[in-house]
Design a binder for this molecule. Structure first.
Ligand SMILES: Cc1cc2nc3c(=O)[nH]c(=O)nc-3n(C[C@H](O)[C@H](O)[C@H](O)COP(=O)(O)O)c2cc1C
Length: 168
C-alpha cells in the first residue's frame, strides 16, 4: 500500500481528532498528515491514496479552506487517485443537511474521475436528508461528535479496516 495523505485543517478540533485516530489505526508510518489550509496542487499530486477530512458548515456547505482549494482541485487529473472522505456533521441540529460536505466533495472528485472509496452504511444514523448519501450509503464515513461521539472509535477503526482492503 502506498503512503496515504490525510488532509484536514490543523486548526480544527474534532476533525483533527478523527485524523489522529485514522493515523493510529493505519499506523503512523503509513500516513502523512497534510494541512488543508496550506494545501497546494503540487502537494495533492504527490499522493495516489488520499483521505480528506470534511466537516459540514454553514447549513450544508464546505468550510472556507476547502472552498478555496476547489478551483485548484478542479484542474487536477484525478483518474489515478484513490480518495476516501470522512465527513463531520450533526444529525440532530442539521438534520436536513447532515454531512452534506461528503456529497459536495464527492461530486467534485468524480468530475475529475477520482476513484472514491470508503462508502459506509446509513444504518445507525437518523436524519431528514443529506447530499452525502447515495442509495443506502454515505459517500464516505459520517462522524457525529455531538450526538454519537461514543461511536467514533469503533466507526473509525471499522472504516480503516475497510480502507486497508480498498486502497492499493
Ligand atoms: C455554524 C455551524 C453550521 C453547521 N452546519 C452543519 C450542517 O449544515 N450540516 C451538518 O451535518 N453539520 C453542521 N454543523 C456541525 C458541524 O459539522 C460539527 O459540529 C463538526 O463536528 C464540526 O467540526 P470541526 O469543529 O472540526 O470543524 C454546523 C456547525 C456549526 C457551528
Amino acid at each position: 500500500m502506498k503512503k496515504i495523505a490525510v488532509i484536514y485543517s490543523f486548526n480544527t478540533n474534532k476533525t483533527a481528532k478523527i485524523a489522529e485516530r485514522i493515523k493510529e489505526a493505519f499506523g503512523e508510518e503509513n500516513v502523512e498528515m497534510v494541512n488543508a489550509e496550506e494545501l497546494t496542487a503540487e502537494k495533492f499530486a504527490e499522493f495516489d491514496n488520499l483521505i480528506l477530512g470534511v466537516p459540514t458548515w454553514f447549513d450544508g456547505e464546505l468550510p472556507n479552506y476547502w472552498d478555496e482549494f476547489l478551483p485548484d482541485l478542479e484542474e487536477i487529473d484525478l483518474s489515478s487517485k484513490n480518495i476516501a472522505i470522512y465527513g463531520l456533521g450533526d444529525q440532530v441540529k442539521y438534520s436536513e443537511n447532515f454531512v452534506d460536505g461528503l456529497g459536495i466533495m464527492a461530486e467534485i472528485l468524480r468530475k475529475g474521475n477520482a476513484n472514491i472509496l470508503g462508502m459506509t452504511s446509513v444504518e445507525g444514523y437518523e436524519f431528514e436528508s443529506s447530499r452525502g448519501v447515495e442509495g443506502d450509503k454515505f459517500l464516505g464515513l459520517a462522524i457525529d461528535y455531538e450526538n454519537q461521539g461514543s461511536k467514533n472509535k469503533e466507526r473509525v477503526n471499522a472504516w480503516v479496516e475497510q480502507l486497508k482492503k480498498e486502497f492499493s
